[in-house]
Design a protein around this ligand. Structure first.
Ligand SMILES: *[C@@H]1O[C@H](CO)[C@@H](O)[C@H](O)[C@H]1NC(C)=O
Ligand SMILES: *[C@@H]1O[C@H](CO)[C@@H](O)[C@H](O)[C@H]1NC(C)=O
Ligand SMILES: *[C@@H]1O[C@H](CO)[C@@H](O)[C@H](O)[C@H]1NC(C)=O
Ligand SMILES: *[C@@H]1O[C@H](CO)[C@@H](O)[C@H](O)[C@H]1NC(C)=O
Ligand SMILES: *[C@@H]1O[C@H](CO)[C@@H](O)[C@H](O)[C@H]1NC(C)=O
Ligand SMILES: *[C@@H]1O[C@H](CO)[C@@H](O)[C@H](O)[C@H]1NC(C)=O
Ligand SMILES: *[C@@H]1O[C@H](CO)[C@@H](O)[C@H](O)[C@H]1NC(C)=O
Ligand SMILES: *[C@@H]1O[C@H](CO)[C@@H](O)[C@H](O)[C@H]1NC(C)=O
Ligand SMILES: *[C@@H]1O[C@H](CO)[C@@H](O)[C@H](O)[C@H]1NC(C)=O
Ligand SMILES: *[C@@H]1O[C@H](CO)[C@@H](O)[C@H](O)[C@H]1NC(C)=O
Ligand SMILES: *[C@@H]1O[C@H](CO)[C@@H](O)[C@H](O)[C@H]1NC(C)=O
Ligand SMILES: *[C@@H]1O[C@H](CO)[C@@H](O)[C@H](O)[C@H]1NC(C)=O
Length: 466
């Protein structure tokens, strides 16, 4: 440098400035650019921002030491992943992370003058993310990939991806019917957090989004997380009559949980399995029923397994009947026959029959017959009894799918007695009796008559007053 010969600082400064300018004119501004490629992709790096070259172009790799790669005059083996495009741009196929580095492109403008341009290019190679690993645990998994947890449990969320440079990982949460929102710790190269006490409001789709900071390549993965809870109360079961009384339905309900439980009906004892369904209903025909038989329903909930006492028992019974065996009706009057059913499960259907023929025919309500069912009691009122039509056997029948029970009631129709006649006869008999007694007393003890006149007068008068 000429700076050494200049004694004054001002001159030194001026010379430095000149030197800079002269250098700039000989080696025009060195262009420096950054190119970003992705692993396994192809990239074309232009030598300069002008696509058309002005002279011979050669490419060098700067690290670890300046290495000549190629020029428009070299012929490369076909397997080389370097090539020249338009005699100036460096084309690299199948980029690898090892291709990352600094390159120099040398452009000879005039060979005789040794005039050339150098451009430095920095190549960055990004890799991934190709795959994201979501780990939500502990959870159960459905065949469709959806995860489920029990309400109140503690759940760990972990999201990671393999990427170079490490990707920024974000979680977002989308509840059914609402929009997605950021969730948990974000803007980190890993995302890990714990949710204590899972609640149904945390049910939804969890998406982990990984973004390569260099290539901006985004990869995301979504997991549906369902928050389940068993019913808190005990299952309820009962028996019902179905299909016109010929079948019995066992019904089991265990509500309040999510999702719906599965019911297993078994026959007791022996635990013979009748069915396993989410409906909880089993239909049995008469051949499978007997008086006093017990059936057990066991409720199974996906997150309530191991719950003890999630069952109920139904005992089926045929009806028992009670009634008076005989009844009397006065001609032209009304009579009510009563029949009481008990012990039936499922509830029995009560009907009244007139046992005229062998089969019996059901009595239907009419102006002559009044039928009423109240709780377990059924009454049949026959209005305006007539001897020929109404006297005879009546049948009260109680029926459920388990058994049929019948009781007979005999109805007698009587002519009403003459009440006036009965009263008259009683009075006459009484008077006769009185007279006889008085006669005896007078005959055997006349003194009484003298001493107790009033008594005698009274005893004579009293029947008349009565
Ligand atoms: C890269 O270039 C090669 C050959 O030039 C070609 O076969 C391949 O499909 C290209 N790859 C991509 C990802 O463009
Ligand atoms: C090329 O780059 C140089 C230096 O950076 C700049 O002066 C010039 O305008 C650029 N030309 C084009 C066509 O972009
Ligand atoms: C090569 O040159 C042609 C024509 O000048 C141009 O269209 C093309 O974009 C160039 N290719 C590259 C990789 O610069
Ligand atoms: C490329 O050059 C830049 C400075 O321009 C430097 O920071 C970087 O480390 C170099 N790359 C390599 C692979 O040496
Ligand atoms: C290079 O420079 C010399 C001297 O200035 C000139 O004669 C020659 O034509 C130039 N060559 C090219 C290819 O421009
Ligand atoms: C996956 O299966 C579960 C259980 O069968 C169901 O509740 C859920 O809706 C399903 N999810 C999707 C996205 O289909
Ligand atoms: C998250 O998952 C990654 C990959 O499976 C694992 O390396 C990392 O240890 C996990 N982090 C935590 C905190 O469990
Ligand atoms: C999760 O996303 C799927 C597909 O978009 C949707 O069918 C499902 O209902 C969502 N699950 C929840 C719990 O919102
Ligand atoms: C993530 O971090 C970058 C830089 O650290 C910042 O520019 C950006 O705003 C952040 N994004 C969020 C969503 O916090
Ligand atoms: C009944 O079904 C549930 C759910 O489908 C199953 O877990 C259980 O093992 C079944 N039980 C029997 C006895 O088949
Ligand atoms: C009653 O059920 C049993 C067992 O399910 C079956 O074998 C039988 O055929 C059924 N009988 C009638 C009359 O439906
Ligand atoms: C019989 O019952 C009917 C209807 O309740 C009533 O009108 C009628 O007076 C009753 N007859 C007798 C004799 O009690």
């Amino acid at each position: 440098m000429t700076g050494g010969r200049a004694p004054t600082p001002l001159l030194l400064l001026l010379l430095l400035l000149l030197c800079e300018l002269s250098l700039a004119s000989r080696v025009p501004p060195e262009t420096k650019a950054v190119f970003i490629g992705e692993e396994l992709e192809n990239i074309t790096i232009p030598c300069s921002n002008t696509s058309v070259s002005r002279g011979l172009v050669s490419w060098y790799r700067n690290e670890p030491e300046a290495t000549f790669l190629l020029s428009s005059e070299t012929t490369l083996p076909s397997e080389s992943h370097y090539s020249l495009v338009n005699a100036s741009s460096l084309h690299i196929t199948g980029l690898g992370l090892q291709d990352e580095g600094n390159y120099t492109c040398r452009e000879v403008l005039n060979e005789t003058l040794g005039d050339h341009l150098e451009h430095r290019v920095q190549l960055l190679v990004a890799s991934g993310p190709t795959q994201i690993d979501i780990n939500i645990s502990p959870t159960g998994i459905h065949p469709n990939g959806s995860l489920f947890v029990a309400r109140g449990s503690q759940v760990t969320f972990n999201c990671s991806s393999s990427s170079y440079p490490p990707a920024v990982v974000e979680w977002s949460f989308q509840q059914s019917g609402s929009s997605s929102e950021p969730f948990g710790v974000n803007n980190e190269t890993f995302s890990y957090f714990v949710l204590h006490n899972m609640s149904p409001t945390l049910q939804g789709n969890y998406t982990c989004l990984a973004t390569n900071t260099l290539s901006k390549r985004v990869q995301k993965e979504t997991s549906e997380l369902l928050v389940y809870y068993p019913p808190w109360s005990a299952p309820q079961c009962w028996a019902e009559t179905a299909a016109m009384g010929s079948m019995l339905q066992l019904i089991c309900r265990w509500s309040g949980g999510y999702p719906d439980p599965v019911f297993l009906w078994t026959e007791e004892p022996g635990n013979l399995i009748l069915g396993n369904s989410s409906l909880g209903v089993e239909t049995l025909n008469r051949s499978q029923l007997s008086d006093g038989k017990k059936f057990k329903c066991i409720g199974n909930h996906i997150v309530g397994s191991g719950m003890t006492g999630a069952n109920c028992v139904v005992q089926i019974n045929g009806p028992t009947l009670q009634s008076e065996p005989m009844k009397t009706c006065f001609l032209g009057g009304n009579v009510t026959l009563t029949c009481e059913v008990s012990g039936a499960n499922p509830a029995a259907k009560i009907s009244w029959l007139r046992n005229l023929s062998q089969s019996g025919e059901e009595i239907l309500p009419s102006p002559h017959y009044l039928i009423m069912h109240k709780d377990s009691v059924s009454t049949l009122t026959i209005l305006n009894c007539s001897q020929g039509v109404d006297e005879g056997y009546y049948v009260c029948r109680a029926e459920n799918p388990v058994r049929v029970r019948e009781v007979d009631i005999w109805l007698t129709v009587k002519k009403p007695l003459n009440i006036g006649g009965i009263v008259g006869a009683v009075v006459i008999l009484l008077l006769l009796g009185m007279g006889t007694v008085s006669g005896f007393i007078l005959y055997y003890s006349p003194n009484i008559c003298l001493k107790g006149k009033n008594y005698l007068v009274f005893s004579r008068v009293s029947p008349k007053e009565a």
